[in-house]
Design a protein around this ligand. Structure first.
Ligand code: SAH
Ligand code: SF4
Ligand code: F3S
Length: 514
C-alpha cells in the first residue's frame, strides 16, 4: 500500500468512526484514539473493489527500531490468528527486534486475541491483569492488544477505562501498520488506538516467520460474509476477500521448494473461495486441482461451510494423492429449526445429503465437526436431533461449545429460556458421545500400518515421537530423532480415545507418498 492510499484510508476510517456513537463512547479519551472500532460499520458490506498490493516495505525511518529490543506475542483463538502472529513476528524481525519466549525478557508484548466466546475474552483480561506487575517493574515495556477483541467497541472501552498499562490497541485489518503503531506508542507514551472497522485491501508481500519448518499455514481468503446469527467473526474479520490463485500457488510452490511437508489452506469459510472474483469463475475445487499437482506431500484446508461445498470440490478431493482424506465440516446443530435460527442456510437433510455425497466419492473419509449446544431456546428434542445426527454421520472428532452470546450479533438479543445447568448437561452428554465415537474410530487402527508426518518429540515424553496420520489422528511412537519432519510408517499397537500408540516401521520413500 503506498503512502497516499494509506493516508486516504486512514482519513476515511476516521470519518467512519466519528459517527455519534463512537464519539460518545470515546470522548473522554479522544486524543489517544486514532481510529476506533464500530461493530455497526463492520457489519456493512460495500461493493468497493478489493485492491491487491505487493509493495509493503519497512519505512526507512523505522529501520533499526528494534535493535537491542525483544518481542513476545501470545496468540489466542484460531489458525487465522496463529498465522497473523507469524506475519507480525516477520515485521518485528524486519524492524530489528529479536524474539523471546519469556514475558520478563520482552520489551514489547502483544496479545493477539480471540473474541469467539466469552471465556476466550476472559482469558485475555486475566492475562492483562497479570502483565500489570511487569509494566510497574519496567515502565519502558510496551504492551499491545491486537486481534479480534480489538475490533469490538466494548473491549476497547473497557481497556481504555480499566487497563491503563496497555500502550496500544490495533485490529485485524491493519497489522501491516505495526511499525507505525509501535513508533506512535514509543513517542506518545499514551495509549494508541488504531482499529479499522472496515477491512483493508489484500497485502501480499508481508514478511512472515513461520513456526517450524514442517507444516505451514497459507491464507486463501480473509473475512466472512455468512453472518451466522451467533457469530462475531464477520464483524471482526470483515467481508470475504479471496487471494488471487497465482499468489497462492506461488506461495505453496515456494513452501514445497523449502521442504515443507504439509500446508493448511486457511479461511473462515474456504468454500466461498473465489466468489468475490468478478473477472474469473474460479472456486476452491479449481484451486485444489492446481495445488494437487505441486510436489508437496500433504494439503489440508479449514474451515468448510457445508452450504458452499460443491460437487466439483468433492470430485477433486476424491482424486486423493496429496489431498488429505479428512474433512472438518462444522454442522453446529442437528435440528433444522435451530439451523434456521442460526442462519446456517442448510437443513439437517441437506447436511446429511452432502455427507452422503462426500462418503460416496471418498470412501473411508474421516469427518470432524463443530457443535454449539444450548442455543437460545433449544429444546430437549432439538438437542436429541444433534445427538442422532452425530451418530448417523459417524463423526470421528468434534469441537463442542456451549453457546456464548456475543454483543452486537442478532442471537445476543434473543430471550433464552434454557438454564445453564441444562446446557452443561447437554454438553456433557454430547462429549460422552464424541469420546465414544472417537474411541471406536481409533480402535480400528490396532494392528494397522499408518503413515505419520512426524512433528517432533511428544509433549509429555521426549523419548517418544509424535505426529499425525493423513486423517489427522495423533500418533505417539518410539523412533529415531532423524524421523522428525519426515513421513514414516508406523504400526499401531494400542488405540486410546484421542491418540494412537505405535512402533515405527520405516521411513517412506518420497515417491511412495505422492
Ligand atoms: N468459520 C468457521 C467457524 C469459526 S468459529 C465455520 O463456520 O465453520 C469456530 C466455532 O466456534 C464455530 O464453528 C462454532 O461452533 C463456534 N462458535 C462460534 N461462535 C460461537 C458462539 N457465539 N458461542 C459458542 N460457540 C461459537
Ligand atoms: Fe462465523 Fe458462520 Fe462465518 Fe463461520 S461461517 S465464521 S460460524 S459467521
Ligand atoms: Fe477467534 Fe477471531 Fe479466530 S474471533 S476464532 S481469532 S477469527
Amino acid at each position: 500500500m503506498n503512502k497516499m492510499n494509506e493516508k486516504q484510508r486512514l482519513d476515511s476510517q476516521q470519518a467512519n468512526s466519528s459517527d455519534k456513537k463512537s464519539e460518545k463512547d470515546y470522548s473522554k479519551y479522544f486524543e489517544r484514539v486514532i481510529t476506533a472500532p464500530s461493530l455497526k460499520d463492520a457489519k456493512k458490506r460495500g461493493k468497493e473493489e478489493v485492491k491487491y498490493h505487493n509493495d509493503f516495505s519497512i519505512p526507512e525511518e523505522f529501520r533499526g527500531m528494534g535493535d537491542g529490543r525483544k518481542f513476545y506475542i501470545r496468540t489466542y483463538g484460531c489458525q487465522m490468528n496463529e498465522h497473523d502472529t507469524e506475519v507480525m513476528a516477520g515485521i518485528f524481525l524486519a524492524l530489528g527486534y529479536e524474539p523471546t519466549d519469556s514475558t520478563e525478557d520482552a520489551n514489547v508484548i502483544l496479545l493477539n486475541t480471540c473474541a469467539i466466546r466469552e471465556n476466550a475474552e476472559n482469558k485475555v483480561f486475566g492475562e492483562l491483569g497479570h502483565l500489570k506487575a511487569l509494566k510497574m517493574e519496567n515502565p519502558d515495556l510496551l504492551i499491545g492488544v491486537c486481534g479480534c477483541m480489538s475490533q469490538e467497541e466494548s473491549v476497547v472501552n473497557k481497556i481504555l477505562k480499566t487497563y491503563h498499562h496497555v500502550d496500544m490497541i490495533f485490529g485485524t485489518h491493519n497489522i501491516h501498520r505495526l511499525p507505525h503503531i509501535l513508533n506512535e506508542a514509543y513517542l506518545s507514551k499514551e495509549m494508541v488506538v488504531e482499529v479499522w472497522s472496515k477491512e483493508g485491501d489484500v497485502i501480499e508481500n508481508l514478511p512472515k516467520v513461520r513456526r517450524g519448518n514442517i507444516k505451514a499455514w497459507v491464507n486463501i481468503m480473509y473475512g466472512c460474509d455468512k453472518f451466522c446469527t451467533y457469530c462475531i467473526v464477520p464483524y471482526t474479520r470483515g467481508k470475504e476477500r479471496s487471494r488471487r490463485p497465482d499468489e497462492i500457488i506461488q506461495e505453496v510452490r515456494h513452501l514445497a521448494a523449502q521442504g515443507y511437508q504439509e500446508v493448511t489452506l486457511l479461511g473462515q469459510n474456504v468454500n466461498a473461495y473465489g466468489k468475490d472474483f468478478d473477472d474469473i469463475k474460479y472456486g476452491l475445487g479449481d484451486l485444489m486441482e492446481e495445488l494437487r499437482k505441486i510436489d508437496i506431500p500433504r494439503i489440508r484446508f479449514t474451515t468448510s461451510h457445508p452450504r458452499d461445498f460443491d460437487d466439483h470440490l468433492i470430485k477433486v478431493l476424491a482424486k486423493g494423492g496429496n489431498l488429505m482424506d479428512h474433512i472438518h465440516l462444522p454442522v453446529q446443530s442437528g435440528s433444522t429449526d435451530v439451523l434456521k435460527i442460526m442462519a446456517r442456510k442448510y437443513t439437517r437433510e441437506q447436511y446429511l445429503e452432502l455427507v452422503r455425497k462426500i462418503k460416496a466419492a471418498i470412501p473411508d473419509v474421516a469427518l470432524s465437526t463443530d457443535i454449539i449446544v444450548g442455543y437460545p431456546n433449544e429444546t430437549d428434542e432439538q438437542f436429541e436431533e444433534t445427538m442422532s445426527l452425530y451418530r448417523e454421520v459417524g463423526f470421528e472428532a468434534a469441537y463442542t461449545f456451549i453457546y456464548s452470546p456475543r454483543e452486537g450479533t442478532p442471537a445476543a438479543k434473543m430471550v433464552d429460556n434454557v438454564p445453564l445447568e441444562v446446557k452443561k448437561e447437554r454438553l456433557q452428554r454430547l462429549n460422552n458421545l464424541v469420546n465414544e465415537l472417537s474411541a471406536q474410530a481409533m480402535k480400528k487402527y490396532e494392528g494397522q500400518m499408518v503413515e505419520v508426518l512426524v512433528d517432533g518429540e511428544s509433549k509429555n515424553n521426549p523419548d517418544v515421537l509424535a505426529g499425525y496420520t493423513t486423517k489427522n489422528k495423533l500418533v505417539n511412537f518410539k523412533g529415531p530423532k532423524t524421523a522428525i519432519g519426515k513421513i514414516v510408517k508406523v504400526k499401531i499397537i494400542e488405540a486410546k480415545t484421542w491418540s494412537l500408540n505405535g512402533e515405527m516401521v520405516e521411513e517412506l520413500e518420497a515417491a511412495e507418498v505422492k
